[in-house]
Design a protein. Sequence first.
Length: 125
Amino acid sequence: MERPRGVFLDAGGSKAQWEAFYPLLDGARTIEFEIQVSEDNWAQLQHHDGGPALDGWLASRSMEVNVVRAVELTHGNRWYDYQFALDGQSLAVAVHDADDGPQCDPADKFIHHAIFESAPFTRVE
């Protein structure tokens, strides 16, 4: 969990914000994040300590060149822009921009940095 914590803090999150977020991971010692992409949607799932997939969030998506705009369908229509790079079976994702409207918790952006930037994803077909 040190890598996601480090990314969270490097993105601008505070230690207090991390301490508020960490209990949501149910005490997991390891966590594997999964992205499922379809024609119109982008789903983020997570596996705690090798367990079954747990819902993270669901978003509609649109794409322009190498930037994906994901608009959350599960938590109030917040949007995030992600830059991505596919190299063989490895997918690197970085938060490019994020909604900072009044419906947004300031820590949400840092959580997305921790989820998507802690390690590259491996493409599975």
